[in-house]
Design a protein around this ligand. Structure first.
Ligand code: TRP
Length: 455
């Protein structure tokens, strides 16, 4: 018997755990900062509800209809066709995303430990904070240790299986995540100067609209909801046949959006509460800029530790879903035991993560790995571009085409013993067959012709 989640609520929790991650707390505020503030937030919301929600719905429905891994599903519904290679694309993408995602999560783990050991207490200037980040970037031990720890904790969870591992861990971590978020939001919005940050974050400035804002908004929506790599498909395959998927998808989207929104409510008021901080700082925002804010706060180091703990939790509930994709494949298709599958995939990801871990200055070759898209890019950045942006969009586009034109929606909408009729069926069909593929196609074209613009 294939395992399944113990209830719809559990499913929403684990899927929201997959969606809520570094994308919400680390990447979203960076994007908002670099794309004109509230206007980006507005378009992000439009893309989440009009593009990501239907695709999420399709991914989960397809997984549930097939009750099998990302490769098995295409073999089952389109035997002897090239579609099974889409499944392999999902597996490769998930492993590569996991490899660099774990490196970044590892930095956060290091910062959490620095926080506990008091190393973040005296960061009174950007120069001092930048030095700490630099030291960590250049320490092979810190980099590999962080990567190892994240993969180890992920593997340990996935080893426990669907109910006994993933579900159990998410049931503990997700409520903690929400409590930490609320504490930090309350702290941030009561800071002096918070209002200016709130204005930047919440009052759209129409003059800042440009194609980049739109395109980045769409890319961020897909990344944030873990679409296009078969994560939701895999989780959906462990969902029993009598749950209403539309409602579950809606809850997942709401939870994910809420967390991104709250993360912004922590970061922007904080950044505006200290004079002279650059909100466009980019990836170093939380490592270099934010510690300055904590320096100025009473009990700042305490909030800082909570903040990094929050991000670790968010990251781990995502990495487990990334690892579960290849693990489910090996169990379903190759008859591996869960233990063997987890051991094999996590070891592979660990080794694949090493070049990314060395790409912030330790190894010259990996630090300036490729000269593409108008500049030298490190190994980690290259993986993020190809897998975190490009492959993800292609994965979502092909999924829409598969569901709409190969399956003609049949197994997704029928044959499910759905207690309720599928809501908004017409709208769903129009979006999946036309509007979403067209939108993603434009995203991919833009990506190919203006790659520098995509952040
Ligand atoms: N959604 C995750 C986040 O916001 C990142 C992510 C992208 C992801 N694709 C995924 C997570 C696939 C799990 C599975 O951080």
């Amino acid at each position: 018997m294939r395992e399944s989640w113990s209830s719809k609520f559990s499913f929403i929790l684990v899927a929201a755990g997959s969606a809520i991650g570094l994308g919400n707390i680390w990447r979203f505020p960076i994007m908002v900062g670099q794309n004109g503030g509230a206007i980006f937030v507005l378009f992000y919301l439009i893309f989440v509800f009009f593009f990501a929600l239907p695709i999420l719905n399709a991914e989960i429905s397809l997984g549930r209809a097939g009750q099998i891994s990302v490769v098995g599903i295409f073999k089952k519904f389109a035997p002897k066709s090239f579609w099974k290679y889409l499944g392999f694309l999902y597996i490769i993408t998930s492993i590569f995303i996991l490899s660099y995602y774990s490196v970044v999560a590892g930095w956060i783990f290091n910062y959490f430990l620095y926080g506990i050991s008091g190393n973040l207490k005296n960061l009174s200037s950007i120069e001092k904070a930048a030095e700490v980040f630099q030291n960590m970037s250049l320490s092979p031990f810190s980099q590999i240790f962080g990567l190892f720890l994240i993969i180890f904790l992920t593997a340990l969870t996935v080893l426990g299986g669907i109910k006994g591992g993933i579900e159990k861990v998410c049931k503990i971590l997700m409520p903690v995540l929400f409590i930490l978020l609320l504490i930090l939001v309350l702290r941030a919005i009561t800071l002096e100067g918070a209002l200016r940050g709130l204005k930047f974050y919440l009052l759209p400035d129409i003059s800042k609209i440009n194609p980049k804002v739109l395109i980045s908004g769409m890319g961020q929506a897909f990344f944030s909801l873990s679409l296009g790599v078969g994560a939701m498909l895999t989780y959906g395959s462990y969902l029993s046949r009598d749950e209403n998927i539309f409602k579950a998808s809606l809850w997942i989207v709401i939870a994910d959006t809420l967390v991104a929104f709250l993360a912004g409510l922590i970061i922007f008021p904080s950044l505006f509460s200290v004079e002279g901080l650059n909100i466009k700082a980019g990836p170093s925002l939380i490592f270099v800029t934010l510690p300055i804010v904590f320096y100025h706060l009473p009990l700042g180091f305490f909030f800082e530790i909570l903040f990094f703990l929050l991000i670790i939790i968010a990251a781990i509930t995502s990495t487990i879903s990334l690892l579960e994709i290849p693990v489910t494949y090996l169990i379903d298709e190759k008859n591996f035991s869960r233990k063997k599958a987890v051991f094999f995939t996590s070891l592979l990801t660990f080794f694949l993560g090493i070049p990314s871990a060395l790409s912030l200055g330790i190894s010259k070759a990996f630090t300036s790995f490729l000269n593409i898209f108008g500049g030298e890019k490190g190994f980690l950045e290259v993986l993020d571009i190809f897998f975190g942006h490009f492959s993800l969009s292609i994965g979502s586009l092909l999924l829409c085409l598969f569901v709409a034109y190969k399956l003609k929606f049949l197994p997704v909408l029928e044959n499910l013993n759905q207690p309720q009729k599928f809501p908004f069926e017409k709208l769903f069909k129009i979006f999946i067959s036309l509007i979403c593929p067209l939108g993603i196609f434009i995203l991919i074209l833009f990506f190919l012709f203006y790659p520098k613009e995509i952040g």
